[in-house]
Design a protein around this ligand. Structure first.
Ligand code: ADP
Length: 484
């Protein structure tokens, strides 16, 4: 059955990407559309998108529309833009006064208003297009108010009478907490009793919690994370609501876009390789070492990292573990990332202290990310929590052995290697503890010194398939269960 889906997202690759949400959004648009579903994806026309070479059209009948949020009225227009390489289009909500800034996200206290506008725009555009979605799919705190509005502000409209709502949690760590004075904007005239009363008494509204309370279906991006967030340790203060909605919560692992991330046809690499051409990978490693100013050496393992430098990513463990490991073990390290200044200083300091062995590239670089995936021997992801994580799955395909903490999507996508049976795809440690990181790295280095065993481990990983085609079927199945 072809489904009508209205999809709301703050970011979508390749138009605007800050993290995994963008990848999921782009993949769902691409594959749902390819499977014959009618997906109307709404996202902000971020200023950065205007500069991209996209096929883009202003939509004549979606121009100069007013949206009222609290006491203010915003006027927006809509463009459609083709997802490159497909015949799927996204709807870009154009309101320069709101989305005209340089970056996708801002630290402004007005941030939530931008996404209230996006959410209103999605409903209003459905009305203007006479598009009756069967599924209204919101993502993260930004658009988490949509399920509530479906039951309140837009309930009068028969267009939405059969619409069921879905909220996907890509990261519970970001919740969109606003002051209680935002209630009129958030509620748009609906009853204050619909808000979480304890929070309201504390002077707050948690937008993500509203989504958790009112969506018909909750999904998150791995089965393990779906379990973990129902407990206090990973629940980020929302575990009570998540436990209460346990029956409506499912985990669907993210997929990988192998058109972008496969060493057999990677556009950003000069040479390509599969599981039986590991000599090419070794040559790419040499080129990467030279490019990063690291000493050459095929016998010295190269550990790669590509990450937001945020506490979530387990960087605190590395502050303790890495200096000692570098002093006692022979390996090199290539880090690409940006984020917290203290972490950036740490890696910059490490690079200064170990010239020729540690390289730190501060910033965001798609191109260097592909090189690090291809040229590294191992990939380190010691996350404190990880809803899904993508780089460990990219690493598997690139023959770059993932060293991960057993949490969330890392636990679901990397199987611990067992040297006895030769099964497994990576090194997995349990405890959030520097000692565990040291154990994991040492274990990886020991295996690396046994070429036959190492090749087995590498090739096990390269044969894994985390393609989106299969995951998108999981989403469709979840939608269909909801509509049944
Ligand atoms: P999160 O969404 O929590 O940041 P994910 O692993 O789910 O983590 O997705 C992160 C995505 O962003 C990956 O595709 C990763 O390669 C990419 N990425 C993160 N930091 C950088 C960077 N500095 N340069 C290039 N790509 C990056």
């Amino acid at each position: 059955m072809a489904l009508r889906i209205c999809f709301l997202t703050a970011e979508m690759a390749p138009f605007a990407k800050a993290g995994g949400l963008a990848d999921v959004s782009g993949a769902l648009l691409r594959y749902l559309h390819a499977a014959g579903h009618d997906v109307r994806l709404f996202m902000p026309f971020h200023a950065s998108i205007a500069a991209l070479p996209l096929e883009r059209h202003a939509v004549g009948f979606l121009a100069g529309i007013d949206a009222r949020i609290g006491t203010r009225t915003y006027r927006y227009s809509v463009h459609t833009a083709r997802l490159p390489g497909t015949d799927a289009f996204a709807y870009l909500v154009d309101c320069p006064e709101v989305f005209g800034g340089e970056s996708i996200y801002t630290a402004s206290p007005d941030e939530y208003r931008r996404y209230l506008l996006l959410t209103h725009a999605a409903f209003q555009c459905c009305q203007h297009m006479a598009f009756a979605p069967q599924i209204l799919h919101a993502n993260d705190w930004h658009t988490a108010v949509a399920p509530l509005w479906l039951r309140t502000i837009y309930r009068w409209d028969k267009l939405f009478a059969a619409t069921r709502s879905v909220l996907t949690i890509h990261n519970l760590g970001y919740q969109g907490i606003v002051g209680a004075e935002a209630a009129p904007e958030v509620l748009g005239g609906a009853d204050r009793m619909l808000l979480h009363q304890d929070e309201l008494r504390a002077g707050q509204i948690n937008l993500l919690r509203l989504g958790l309370l009112y969506a018909d279906l909750l999904t998150t991006v791995s089965p393990s994370y779906a379990r973990e967030i129902q407990g206090a340790e990973y629940g980020a203060g929302l575990d009570d609501t998540l436990r209460a909605r346990s029956g409506a919560l499912v985990g669907i692992l993210n997929g990988v876009d192998y058109q972008e991330w496969d060493p057999r046809n990677d556009r950003l690499l000069p040479r390509h390789y599969g599981a039986n051409q590991l000599g090419v990978k070794a040559a790419l490693k040499e080129e990467l070492l030279a490019r990063l100013g690291l000493a050459s050496g095929t016998r010295r393992p190269l550990v790669g990292m590509i990450t937001r430098l945020a506490a979530q990513k387990g960087i605190d463990l590395l502050l303790e573990a890495l200096p000692q490991m570098l002093a006692t073990q022979d390996f090199s390290l290539a880090v690409l990332g940006s984020g917290d200044a203290a972490y950036e200083r740490f890696f910059a300091g490490l690079a200064r202290a170990h010239p020729g062995r540690v390289a730190f590239h501060q910033g965001y670089s798609e191109e260097l990310a592909h090189w690090i995936e291809a040229g590294s021997d191992m990939f380190l992801m010691p996350s404190r929590y990880e809803p899904c994580g993508l780089n460990q799955m990219y690493s598997l395909r690139y023959g770059t052995v993932p060293i991960v903490r057993r949490t969330g999507g890392l636990a679901d996508s990397v199987q611990p290697f067992d040297a006895g049976s030769g099964s497994g795809t990576g090194i997995v440690f349990n405890d959030y503890d520097p000692q565990a990181v040291r154990w994991a790295l040492t274990t990886a280095f020991d295996l690396y010194r046994r070429p036959g065993t190492w090749r087995r481990l590498v090739q096990n990983g390269m044969s894994q398939d985390f393609s989106w085609q299969r995951r998108v079927q999981d989403y469709v199945a979840a939608y269909e269960r909801l509509l049944a």
